[in-house]
Design a protein around this ligand. Structure first.
Ligand code: HEC
Length: 301
């Protein structure tokens, strides 16, 4: 009897110990979160999916329909998703061109021995199409990266400090991006490492946060076309094909910097440029731009 009890006690202790060990290992995040409901993104989304739920895609889907005059109408300008400010439609000189020239100079310096282009993934130094290979799972860096993160990494190998988010980093990015002008974005998030990043990015996009308790989707899905302190949010489709961009407030912005601005505007503490979370959001947004052509240098108000 005694022995049986002891065995039972030991068994119970063992079970408890195991259970405690298992819980400690899981470290589940119990933070309370609310989410905006997902729309149906499908397995491998593309920019044209926007037509299914927004009546704005029809206005920006092809060159012929992007009518800059629409911008003159305050009630309609947002429908063109700001694309009338992109290179093929608006050739006027702006700070993006200056940044591109700066990027060209820096690139020449960085690639003096040809190693920078190779590090960036350019085959035989060919920059055309390079933009389309980002974001990707990067073997050398051991994580999923956007192009600006890789520029920082490859520049460091050439002894130059080009911090992700800095003017010079974005300038090099803008210079490289323009070689892919007109080529459609095409990343595959249906399988491989980008699939997980897409799912995480989607979740983050719908997670409410900050004192407004807004998610990205609150503005970019629910409030599309509504006036918010003089700004009108557009849909999140087709938004990743024109980065970095020149903002008319005189600032060169990478996509990650734009995300810090959206976070701040909605009362959310911004994350670090190049953080895994922003990179996941970049993957999510880039997939939603599949099929839409790269446009650089672009500008935005
Ligand atoms: C308070 C509303 C609000 C929230 C919340 C918000 N945004 Fe924005 N966002 C805007 C407005 C307004 C603009 C400028 C108009 C436009 O392009 O949609 C903008 C612009 C953008 C752009 C640039 C679009 C372009 O064509 O240049 C991106 C990308 C973006 N937001 C992503 C996000 C992401 C990701 C989140 C969540 C982390 C987010 N936004 C949260 C209001 C918001």
């Amino acid at each position: 009897m005694k022995i049986a009890n002891l065995t039972l006690a030991l068994t119970l202790l063992g079970a408890l110990g195991l259970a405690a060990g298992a819980n400690a290992g899981k470290a589940t995040d119990t933070t309370y979160r609310e989410y905006t409901p997902y729309i149906n993104y499908g397995n491998n989304p593309k920019a044209s999916d926007d037509a299914r739920f927004s009546n704005t895609y029809q206005y920006w889907q092809d060159n012929a329909k992007i009518d800059p005059k629409r911008a003159a109408s305050l009630t309609e300008f947002w429908t063109v998703n700001w694309k009338y400010r992109e290179a093929p439609f608006d050739g006027s000189l702006h700070g993006g061109h200056v940044a591109q020239d700066r990027g060209a100079g820096l690139y020449k310096q960085l690639n003096a021995n040809g190693a920078f282009a190779g590090c960036m993934g350019a085959k035989k130094g060919e920059l055309k199409g390079l933009r389309l290979t980002y974001p990707h799972m990067d073997k050398a860096m051991g994580s999923i990266v956007g192009m600006e993160a890789k520029i920082e990494y490859c520049a460091a190998r050439q002894g130059m400090k080009l911090e992700n988010g800095s003017y010079d980093n974005s300038a090099v990015s803008m210079y490289i991006t323009a070689f892919s002008n007109g080529l459609p974005i095409n990343i595959n998030v249906a399988k491989g490492p980008l699939k997980g990043a897409f799912e995480r990015g989607k979740k983050l996009f719908h997670m409410k946060a900050g004192w407004t308790n807004f998610s990205c989707a609150t503005c970019h899905v629910s409030l599309v076309g509504k006036n918010l302190r003089g700004q009108t949010p557009t849909t999140h489709y087709g938004d990743a094909s024109h980065w970095p961009t020149w903002r008319s407030k005189d600032e060169l912005q990478s996509l990650h910097i734009r995300l810090t601005e959206c976070n701040r505007n909605s009362g959310v503490q911004p994350l670090k440029i190049g953080s895994p979370e922003y990179t996941d959001l970049e993957v999510f947004l880039t997939a939603l731009s599949n099929g839409y052509p790269v446009a650089s240098p672009s500008q935005r108000d």
